[in-house]
Design a protein around this ligand. Structure first.
Ligand code: ADP
Ligand code: MG
Length: 328
């Protein structure tokens, strides 16, 4: 099978909302009047972002999910995406499963594949997504990292740390009971981008980011961009490790230190961390309800720069957590 047959068979579907989809030199999109395009790219490299031999269906899902998560963080509504793909060889079983996982998530979010590039090379998947954000009275409604103000509450959506737990278990330790590993592994391999929540938070949140490299590091991006600091109560965060509620949890013997590391610095969570004024507490809960994604208030924005972690008694944590960085 050649390059063009491969594209036609696995990556071409009739354009639904795009003016022009796969097949020409460019795709054509028509953003709705009064909207801006939100654009983001994410690359997944074999051996770096995923294990060689990972299930291609979940890989197709995850490649798009991490991109949709960036749109969610900006409060954008998904429109379309492009796919640049390097494949070591044509493996039709792999391609069928990969495209199935990719399109299942794309369809769930009404996000169309409109173009891309296909080459031979080490397995590498690069997706660019396009989304739409409204402009009201000349002002973009996009959620940015830079809007947090002293006195704002800090929130995080959903659950945290299970992807990291699964990653560590798959690499070596801790050993997890099969059912618990399967649950945590779904978080690692098939994250749910918080697209509905991001849109519901437009006009409510003051700043937002998606948690991809670990909560502590990603929150600091908001704080730096906003010229602010924050204190986070770790007692509100540890319970967010979903694995703790699993029937087999007690048998793992995983201690507080490991749990804290997973929830604070785990990475691959694809939840939203955001800030909102205290006056918006009801609006935040209403947004969470409408999106079907719970949110937890975990701290407060302060004037003094830096991120401070305290325990339930307000005592500072001495332990340091660092986030993932490809070059450090
Ligand atoms: P060009 O040579 O003009 O860059 P290509 O020959 O690479 O175009 O691709 C032909 C068409 O197929 C283009 O419309 C391109 O966007 C699309 N395409 C190529 N690879 C993919 C892919 N992996 N997924 C979706 N569309 C693709
Ligand atoms: Mg090409």
């Amino acid at each position: 099978m050649g390059e063009f047959d491969l594209i036609a068979r696995y990556f071409t579907r009739p354009a639904a909302r795009a003016v022009l989809g796969v097949g020409d030199d460019c795709a054509l999109l028509q953003p709705a009047p009064g909207t801006q395009l939100a654009i983001s790219s994410d690359m997944l490299v074999e051996g770096r972002h995923f294990f060689a031999g990972v299930d291609p269906f979940t890989l197709g899902h995850k490649a798009l999910a991490v991109n949709l998560s960036d749109l969610a963080a900006c409060g954008a509504k998904p429109l379309a995406f492009t796919l640049a793909l390097a494949l070591p060889r044509v493996d039709e079983t792999w391609l069928a499963a990969f495209s199935k996982g990719l399109f299942a998530l794309a369809d769930a979010h009404g996000c169309e594949l409109v173009g891309g590039d296909t080459t031979q090379g080490p397995l590498n998947i690069c997706i660019t997504v396009f989304g739409e954000v409204p402009v009201l009275n000349g002002k973009s409604q996009a959620l940015l990292r830079s809007g947090a103000k002293t006195g704002d509450d800090v929130y995080v959506s959903g659950t945290l740390g299970d992807a990291r737990l699964a990653l560590d278990a798959l690499r070596s330790t801790p050993a997890l009971p099969a059912d618990l590993l399967a649950q945590a592994r779904r978080r690692l391999e098939q994250p749910s981008p918080r697209v509905a929540l991001g849109q519901a938070l437009r006009g409510v949140a003051s700043a937002a980011i998606d948690v991809s490299d670990g909560l502590v590091g990603d929150l600091q991006h908001i704080l730096r961009a906003s010229g602010a600091g924050a204190t986070i109560n770790t007692a509100t965060i540890t319970p967010l490790l979903a694995s703790r509620t699993h029937a087999d949890w007690a048998s793992t013997g995983i201690g507080d230190d490991k749990q804290l590391e997973c929830v604070l610095a785990g990475g691959d969570d694809y939840e939203l961390a955001f800030t909102a004024p205290a006056s918006a507490r009801e609006a935040v809960q209403a947004a969470a309800q409408s999106a079907g994604t719970p949110v937890t208030r975990i701290g407060c924005v302060e004037t003094e720069p830096g991120l401070r972690l305290v325990d339930a008694e307000g005592k500072s944590l001495t332990r340091r957590f660092s986030s993932f960085d490809h070059f450090q």
